[in-house]
Design a protein around this ligand. Structure first.
Ligand code: SF4
Length: 160
């Protein structure tokens, strides 16, 4: 695959290669304040000084509606990392493999407690059966094929 070879020689790939001890495909399972469990897998994580770097690979498009979902996905990973590493600086980005591009995620104004509360609320709603999906997002949602709520047919636009 040409795009994979291009990515391998990109600055984004070189940055990961030159990190002291990059960890790949890290599964996590963390308990949120409510007792809910959040699980996932972080594509790449490494540490430079006290700063934690988290990267998430994307195969498909990164613009439009999926971008918002993708950004949140990485923010959730950072929330999980904070449970382990604590309140240190975090550097988050998506990596678009097809164009070898690193897309930073601005978390300068983020409220970690607000994010955690949002996840807890969504989990509680889903668990109680009253979850109301935002169907406007479904047509461009990369997870729509496996989502119980989606009414949009067709293959996903992108990998996760
Ligand atoms: S497909 Fe499912 S996960 Fe995706 S936006 Fe729609 S309801 Fe949410």
């Amino acid at each position: 695959m040409e795009w994979l070879e291009r990515f391998a020689s990109s600055p984004a790939a070189e940055r990961i290669r030159s990190a002291a001890d990059p960890q790949r495909e890290i599964p996590f399972r963390i308990r949120l304040g409510s007792g809910s469990i959040m699980v996932g897998t972080i594509d790449v994580l490494w540490r430079e000084g006290d700063r934690i770097f988290i990267r998430d690979y994307k195969i498909g498009r990164t613009d439009g509606a999926p971008r918002l979902l993708y950004d949140l996905q990485v923010v959730f990973y950072a929330l999980a990392a904070r449970k382990h590493f604590g309140d240190v600086p975090y550097d988050l980005a998506l990596i678009s493999l097809k164009d070898s591009n690193e897309i930073g995620i601005d978390i300068s104004d983020i409220s970690w407690s607000g994010i955690e509360n949002d996840i807890i609320s969504a989990a509680n709603e889903a668990g109680s059966g009253s979850f109301r999906p935002n169907l406007e997002m479904c047509p461009s949602c990369p997870w729509r094929r496996s989502c119980h709520f989606s009414q949009t047919a067709g293959p996903p636009d992108a990998g996760d």
